[in-house]
Design a protein around this ligand. Structure first.
Ligand code: N01
Length: 529
């Protein structure tokens, strides 16, 4: 059987850098990627309006100075095609493709306890033995297909936002239904509304969204970004979310009404997700959060013509920012269009999908096309669909049956030399995924070097360290407002999924300090075998 030092599963942002870094350190690497191209989430999510909500200057690799200097971002928030072009450029520039097998899904990863090596099997029949297995699967890569009766009977075309046809979908003149109003739906709905004859939006839960504030990047801004990278990256690495922005220095409740309003207006004009972090206590104090909710509601009501429609679009069930805040380009204004209809499926749930449309609230809505913007089995779904078998034949799915259990997000007891990147137990989806991926890959690469330097074969999280980290993660989450929303962070969107707050909420910079200190302490909490 073929042997390699490292198998990396996934050729998205984390997997591409993992290949580059492990190869640079002298390891032989095999990457497997289920998609037909590199790019991970940016390969799959091609729905109209798909765009990143982290600024492109920050949502880019920092590991190579020349790459930073050579690549020109055209917009403040890059579109999916531009990010995909960038990731393909990275794959070519660092000659990564020769070690990536595309259209190849890993189905089994099994530990040989006698050698502590991983046997990796794919759906194309490949088998390889690896000393290390690195899961770079992406926390949002396992689609949630809703269990609505009759879905498969629909005669028109059905597209989940995360598996969009590569040549696009022409909605011109069509009657379209969109189920779901999370980030994907909120980005896609205004674009679909521009061409569809009729657009019916099936909303179960309204969502907070902030105008993205996208603008083209002009020459002077680009030059300033390139000159300012060292400082920008340094601040990002220390920050709460992996981008170089700081909240207001005082509590939302300690400033005057005028000062508070001014702070919110400033963030509002800046646009984007940082609105939910205007004040440092916005996600820990409900009264502070309410001030942000009130400001948001005033802004949104002012752009919606019909107050009854506005009532339906204003969330009442969770603090602002406790679910991933969305960013949009004219989302709320879209409901002023005569061809757009908002259907409250909380008040009257969808009865069934029929060959010709959707039966809901005692009426039948005729549709030609259906868009499922219904999200993901986040953070654990992509890991658990691989049959990962560790010590004593225990699967990762069994080990995580009551919720994911990791040490630092990186290691799992009973699974030596297996690393999970940007998953549960790490800041993950709460941070800038590119810098987070680099942090994780660098940590793992340094750990591999450290193992060799002390003559150890393997590294494995200790059960007591896992217990402590799981406790720490849940205690930190409980001190915030985050668990108050029925979010995918908690698994609340998937029927039967254990309700556990999965990301580490303590902040990206704090997390980085913790994992670096663990390494400096000789990988405290890990067994070197
Ligand atoms: O998924 P979601 P998403 N019947 O889970 C509804 C990232 N992202 O793909 O809230 C009716 O947020 C569901 O309703 P409810 C970002 O991190 C980033 O939109 O469960 N409705 C909800 O409205 C984001 O948070 C970007 O009641 C059903 C929607 O479907 C994450 O990906 C862009 C239903 C799902 O929303 C996921 O976003 C896109 C049912 N049976 C995504 N089942 C950017 O960078 C589900 N829903 C900008």
């Amino acid at each position: 059987m073929r042997t390699v030092d490292v198998v990396v599963v996934g050729a998205g942002i984390a997997g591409l850098y993992a290949l580059q870094r492990f190869r640079r350190d002298g390891h032989s690497v095999q990457v497997y990627e289920a998609g037909g191209g590199v790019g991970g989430v940016w390969y799959w999510n091609r729905y109209p309006g798909a765009r990143c909500d982290v600024e492109s200057v920050d949502y880019s690799y920092s590991f190579d100075e020349q790459l930073q200097q050579d690549w020109d971002w055209s917009e403040k928030y890059a579109t999916q095609p531009e990010i995909l072009r960038y990731l393909n450029h990275v794959a070519d520039r660092f000659d990564l493709r020769r070690d990536i097998a595309l259209n190849t899904r890993v189905i089994d990863v099994t530990l040989d306890e006698s050698t502590l090596r991983w046997l990796v099997r794919t759906d194309t029949g490949e088998e390889v033995s690896a000393r290390f297995c690195v899961l770079a699967l992406g926390p949002l890569s396992s689609a949630n297909i809703p269990q609505i009766p009759g879905l498969t009977s629909f005669a028109g075309d059905v597209h989940h936002t995360s598996s969009w046809p590569h040549d696009g979908v022409d909605f011109a003149g069509r009657r379209v239904g969109v189920i779901g109003t999370g980030s994907s739906g909120i980005q896609a709905i205004p674009r679909i509304a521009e061409t569809a004859a009729e657009l019916h939006v099936f909303q179960r839960t309204p969502n907070y969204s902030i105008p993205a504030g996208n603008v083209p990047v002009d020459h002077a801004t680009r030059a300033a970004h390139k000159a300012g990278y060292p400082e920008r990256r340094r601040r990002s690495m220390e920050s709460g979310g992996g981008s170089p922005h700081q909240p207001h220095p005082r509590s939302a409740l300690d400033v005057s009404d005028d000062e508070r309003r001014e702070a919110y207006e400033k963030r509002w004009l800046l646009g984007g997700v940082l609105f939910s972090k205007t004040f440092p206590d916005q996600l820990t104090d409900l009264d502070a959060n309410r001030t942000a909710q009130e400001f948001w509601e005033q802004q949104i009501r002012s752009v919606i013509d019909d107050p009854a429609v506005a009532d339906l679009l204003i969330p009442r069930d969770h603090p602002i920012g406790a679910k991933r805040i969305c960013t949009d380009d004219n989302y709320f204004q879209t409901f002023n269009r005569p061809n757009v209809h908002l259907i409250d499926v909380r008040a009257a749930p969808i009865d069934r999908i029929t060959p010709s449309g959707i039966d809901v609230g005692g009426r039948s809505i005729e549709l030609d096309s259906l868009v499922l913007a219904t999200g993901f089995d986040a953070m654990t779904g992509s890991v658990e669909r691989i049959n990962v078998v560790g010590r004593d034949g225990e699967t990762l799915k069994q080990a995580w049956s009551e919720g994911p259990r990791t040490y630092l997000g990186l290691g799992v007891a009973g699974f030596p030399n297996l690393f999970n990147l940007t998953g549960p137990g790490s800041p993950s989806v709460l941070a800038n995924m590119v810098l987070h991926s680099e942090l994780h890959v660098d940590w793992v690469a340094d750990a591999l070097t450290a193992l060799d330097s002390v003559g150890a074969d393997a590294i494995e999280a200790r059960p007591d360290a896992v217990d402590g980290w799981v406790r720490e993660c849940s205690e930190r989450a409980a001190r915030t407002l985050m668990p108050e929303a029925n979010s995918w962070y908690l698994g609340a969107n998937i029927p039967g999924k254990p309700r556990v707050f999965m990301p580490f909420v303590g902040g990206f910079g704090v997390y980085r300090d913790i994992v670096e200190q663990v390494a400096a302490d000789g990988y405290r909490g890990f067994e070197l075998i």
